[in-house]
Design a protein around this ligand. Structure first.
Ligand SMILES: Cc1cc2nc3c(=O)[nH]c(=O)nc-3n(C[C@H](O)[C@H](O)[C@H](O)COP(=O)(O)OP(=O)(O)OC[C@H]3O[C@@H](n4cnc5c(N)ncnc54)[C@H](O)[C@@H]3O)c2cc1C
Length: 659
């Protein structure tokens, strides 16, 4: 059998229909481009859809918030690894991007006093200001707005159940800037129709999400996160940045297996008195609600490595002290149920009633949640390259990225609630830039002149259908997932990185021995094969960057190296894979925040942590009255009633996120 090829022409192809892809497609269409959006899941079904629905809206909760503060917050929390042009773009565009979502029908929780989006009562996940806004129906509200935007625009064609396999590029001609590679389109496997689709287009926007499936089942994300974004870009020769920086969210389910990996809380969930404990009840981290996700995950994983972890390889989040106080306890329970409603529901179902009531501590373990590294781009999502010292040049002309696919915005730590805004900001920027490039493209790739270039890609793909072999990609995937958690997961050493490299050597050879039957429609073995191929390439990039990162910073702990100090000179890792050559790794030095500013930031941070310690040391009655006052100040009098019990949670959630 020879799988048929269908040819199509567009100005812009967008890969992925989550928050980032949908916004890219709409922006490109608004700019006059003909757009194809391709998605392996149904349109809009993505991590964006299963998210908690909390979005960063600048100035929504604190009068003294500003663009400068938000940009600085992103950079400093990210260990000075984030690129300033990207954090500035995020801070600048975030309000407009959010307003565009509202025009598509998104309805935020509203502060009825001044009729503006209402932020959570406490700063979330490392933010220095209150600016995280909740939405009724959580991520579904966002995904519905995205779906509406894509489906209703007649300039956007869409393909669902379709796997984007590769970007097709040609070497640049002398007349082109730098003579660098140029995108001429992409190749797609349309599973439902059993066809290959060869798309000629001068711009491709990769918005195909992250890589967390590399760590399955220790992840809270959708199963389609098989690193396709990074693998496709790496095969085309693009630079990837900060690939060692995987974000592991600290508070996820360790057991039972049917809930394993799912999100049950954020640092802010712990509220004023929540602490982390080891299996002996010893406090391993206090002031949890003020900590970053990275700090909490590191504390848990170091405890596990010391042999003091919980039975399922985690630790205990103990919030009982919040609950026990007669005056402030009801406020806390209401806060717990309404701040992250979906996560709280999962906690109740997975851990049971006593845990949901906070009568007992929660067993928690980190899960892979977000890839903070990714395709190296400028502030418009265009692929960039250049020397390790940070001097930037055009990377691959016509290659763009946005959302989780893109790197450089978060560095070593992503602040909570930032994605839903990020996807809209950089989706729109990359869509506009992709449309502009298509308009200006010297060669319109519509005359068949480049068809020969596609021939190799098509022939290589066709050959896989009917490949004989003794191995199943799905089984190889399981080995890779287990070993990735153990060796390039939240805890690493040089020895462990070498172990995964050895496994990857073997897996690369095994790919030619994977059995793939010879039929075109819904060939699941072919899909498993492609996803394994992408996972292997992505794991290579993570391992190469992890080897270069000689210390603990952000998303992971290096047991054989020290902490990287905030005062040392920051650098990002940059990896790339020239065709038929070994992975290349280098460093891009980053400007360090002036020492005085870091010192001031640290003083403020320590002062806030000292206040929590003081609060915890107060006699019970005094502590309770103080907490009641604090909760009243941030939640108002209504915060206390009705007291939330598992049975009453749904009603309370409805109140908390009233549109
Ligand atoms: C449980 C959970 C809760 C979260 N809560 C929040 C929150 O409250 N606030 C916040 O800001 N962030 C939150 N996040 C993070 C955020 O939701 C995700 O990081 C974000 O949605 C990623 O968006 P994306 O557009 O980059 O990718 P996705 O939304 O994951 O979309 C990826 C798209 O690419 C497609 N795709 C992938 N590979 C291919 C391929 N080869 N060919 C074709 N299509 C492909 C997929 O089908 C999908 O359409 C949460 C994440 C999770 C998992």
């Amino acid at each position: 059998m020879t799988i048929e090829t269908e040819w199509r022409d567009y100005d812009v192809v967008v890969v992925g229909s989550g928050g980032a892809g949908s916004h890219a497609a709409q922006a490109a269409a608004r700019a006059g481009a003909s757009v194809l959006i391709v998605s392996k899941d149904p349109i809009g079904c993505s991590d964006t859809k299963i998210s908690e629905g909390l979005a960063t809206v600048r100035e929504s909760g604190s009068d003294d918030d500003s663009e400068e503060l938000l940009s600085e917050n992103l950079r400093m929390a990210g260990g000075d690894l984030p690129v300033t042009a990207l954090t500035d773009a995020f801070a600048q565009d975030s309000k407009d991007a959010y307003d565009r979502y509202r025009l598509q029908g998104l309805r935020p929780a509203i502060d009825t006093k001044n009729n503006t989006p209402k932020s959570l009562p406490l700063p979330m996940g490392g933010h220095t200001r209150r600016r995280s806004v909740g939405h009724r129906n959580s991520g579904i509200a966002f995904s519905h707005a995205n779906w509406n935007g894509v489906i209703q625009d007649s300039r956007i064609d869409y393909l669902e159940d379709c796997w984007f396999l590769d970007v097709v590029t040609v070497e640049g001609s002398d007349g082109e800037e730098g003579g660098q590679k140029r995108v001429v389109g992409g190749l797609i496997y349309d599973a439902a129709r059993g066809k290959l689709v060869a798309v000629r287009a001068p711009s491709v926007v990769i918005a195909a999400g992250g890589l967390s499936t590399l760590y399955f089942p220790k992840t809270d994300t959708m199963r389609g996160n098989t690193g396709d974004s990074y693998a496709v870009a790496a095969r085309a020769g693009a630079d990837l940045v900060d690939m060692e920086q995987v974000q592991f969210l600290p508070f996820c389910v360790a057991s039972p297996p049917s809930f394993e990996g799912l999100l049950i809380g954020e640092p802010v969930t712990a509220s004023f008195l929540g602490v982390l404990r080891d299996k002996n009840g010893k406090v391993i981290l206090d002031g949890v609600y003020l900590r970053t996700r990275a700090e909490c995950s590191a504390a848990i994983m170091r405890t596990v490595e010391d042999g003091r972890g919980s039975p399922n390889g985690g630790a205990y989040l103990d919030m009982t002290a919040n609950r026990l106080h007669p005056l402030s306890g009801p406020y806390f329970m209401r806060f717990l149920a309404s701040a992250l409603p979906s996560a709280y529901k999962v906690a109740r179902q997975a851990l049971g009633r006593a845990a949901a009531d906070c009568d007992e501590a929660w067993e928690v373990r980190p899960s892979a949640h977000y890839m903070m590294g990714g395709i190296r781009t400028d502030a418009n999502g265009a692929s960039v390259a250049g020397e390790g010292d940070g001097s930037i040049a055009v990377g691959i002309t016509g290659l763009f990225a946005s959302g989780q696919a893109m790197g450089g915005l978060f560095g070593a730590n992503r602040l909570g609630s930032t994605f839903l805004t990020e996807g809209a900001v950089f989706g729109a920027r990359s869509g506009q830039a992709a449309a502009k490039l298509a308009r200006e493209a010297a060669t319109q790739i519509k005359d068949g002149a480049e068809d020969g270039v596609f021939a190799d890609y098509i022939a290589a793909t066709r050959q896989r259908f009917g490949q004989s072999g003794k191995l199943a990609a799905s089984a190889l995937k399981l080995d890779l997932q287990r070993e990735s958690w153990d060796n390039i997961g939240p805890v690493r050493t040089l020895e462990r990185i070498s172990r995964i490299d050895a496994l990857l050597d073997g897996l690369e050879e095994s790919l030619d021995d994977v059995a793939i039957p010879d039929y075109a429609e819904w060939n699941q073995a072919f899909i498993e094969f492609e996803e394994l191929r992408n996972l292997v390439t992505t794991a290579r990039a993570v391992a190469a960057a992890a080897r270069e990162r000689d210390g603990s910073i952000g998303g992971h702990v290096r047991l054989d190296c020290g902490e990287i100090s905030a005062f040392s000179h920051p650098y990002s890792t940059v990896v790339s894979k020239p065709a038929n050559d070994a992975w290349q790794v280098r460093r891009a030095m980053r400007p360090r925040t002036p020492v005085k500013q870091i010192a001031a930031y640290k003083v403020k941070e320590n002062w806030r942590k000292a206040q929590v310690k003081f609060l915890r040391a107060l006699p019970a009655g005094m502590q309770d009255r103080r907490l009641e006052k604090k909760y009243k100040a941030i939640m108002g009098d209504a915060g206390a009633a009705p007291e939330v019990t598992p049975g009453g949670v749904d009603a309370a959630i409805g109140e908390g996120t009233k549109a």
